[in-house]
Design a protein around this ligand. Structure first.
Ligand code: AHG
Ligand code: MN
Ligand code: MN
Ligand code: MN
Length: 334
């Protein structure tokens, strides 16, 4: 695929490479892309149309929702529901599985999403995004249940995110590498700008919320302590630190120039299993990172090997440059 090729063209070309493909996946991806364009436009307009600020409602995880959490969820859900390529949907902002209306046409996919990631950043005009994971629906099931969504990350058909930053960029994987497409706002089209993204294996940059330091477990304490000692310590190099508080922005930075991102388990959040959600944050990002040559673990185990037990399950997340994540994996096994 050539730089500048439209995302639509790339999807159709991909479909043609599989002569037995029905075209359903292409249509689903097209709907996801349309939904992200609409969300991008809302995010960009902000308070010109009065959509910043809190909605004063709570989602199932006890977070206070922003107006844009709800708007983005509605846009994504309505677009995919009308597209007829899915059998059911699930989202951070919906308590339970979203079932299609009784007479609606069903497709063979399930889609689970974080409609607006990093929403604590929206009011301060810092980067946010949308994260999604595409799974296969079980055959012959009219209304898939929560149980049907609980597939390990290794079964994902596709995963991606759309980042709403200085540019809007769609990053996608279908299990054959990772590509990035930038939205040309003048013509409303995503164009290939970042072909075959790979994460550098080594890095000198980590991302973690340092305010949780006193709650961390020993392996993470050891790793960050060693980074902070820098050149004089066992790592023999000085490290830089970043924390945007939008997972999409952290992952995008890591895909661009390497790095390691941690939202580890700690004593404050141990009871809930972690901070980030497995089905629509950890798994899709793990697939993208692995497809780009990186690693994604909870600490002791690979994220995509986890057999989920509930839709809104939370997990610890450590991902990024292979050689750094490997060190963290070794520290967890020591
Ligand atoms: P969301 O806005 O979808 O609820 O996700 C927020 C997540 C993630 O994007 C980010 O990495 C993390 O929360 C930030 O957490 P802290 O505010 O604890 O730093
Ligand atoms: Mn949230
Ligand atoms: Mn999120
Ligand atoms: Mn969110």
């Amino acid at each position: 695929m050539q730089i500048g090729t439209s995302l639509t063209h790339c999807l159709i070309e991909k479909q043609q490479a599989h002569p037995d493909a029905s075209g359903e996946f292409t249509l689903l991806m097209n709907d996801i892309v349309s939904a992200c364009k609409v969300i991008s436009s809302y995010v960009n307009k902000g308070n010109l149309i009065g959509i910043l600020g809190s909605a004063e409602t709570e989602n199932v995880q006890g977070e206070t929702q922003k107006k844009l959490d709800i708007i983005s969820n509605d846009v994504f859900t309505d677009t995919l529901m009308q597209g007829t390529q899915v059998a059911a949907l699930a989202s951070e902002e919906m308590d339970d599985v979203y079932h299609l209306p009784a007479n609606a046409k069903r497709g063979k996919y399930l889609c689970v999403y974080d409609p607006l990631d990093g929403s604590s950043n929206i009011d301060v005009n810092v980067t946010v995004g949308t994260i999604f994971s595409v799974l296969r629906a079980p055959e012959g099931v009219e209304n898939p249940s929560e149980q049907d969504f609980l597939q390990p990350g290794t079964t994902q058909v596709a995963a991606g995110y759309c980042i709403y930053g200085p540019s809007t960029i769609m990053v996608l994987t279908t299990g054959e590498g990772v590509n990035g497409f930038t939205l040309d706002m003048d013509i409303g089209e995503f164009k290939l700008t970042h072909p075959n993204i790979t994460i550098p294996e080594d890095t000198k940059e980590f991302a973690i919320n340092m305010s949780n330091q006193r709650f961390w477990d020993a392996p993470v304490k050891r790793y960050i302590d060693e980074c902070l000692i820098g050149k004089e310590g066992p790592r023999g190099k000085d490290f830089n630190m970043r924390w945007v508080a939008s997972m999409v922005a952290e992952v995008h930075r890591i895909l661009t120039r390497g790095g390691v991102f941690l939202y580890p388990i700690d004593s404050k959040i141990r009871a809930q299993g972690g901070k980030l959600r497995l089905m629509y944050e950890a798994n899709p990002m793990a697939m993208i990172v692995e497809q780009a040559g990186g690693m994604a673990i909870t600490g002791p185990e690979r994220i995509m090997d986890i057999k989920p037990h509930k839709l809104h399950q939370r997990v610890p997340v450590i991902l990024g440059s292979k050689n750094e994540v490997q060190i963290l994996s070794d520290y967890h096994k020591a």
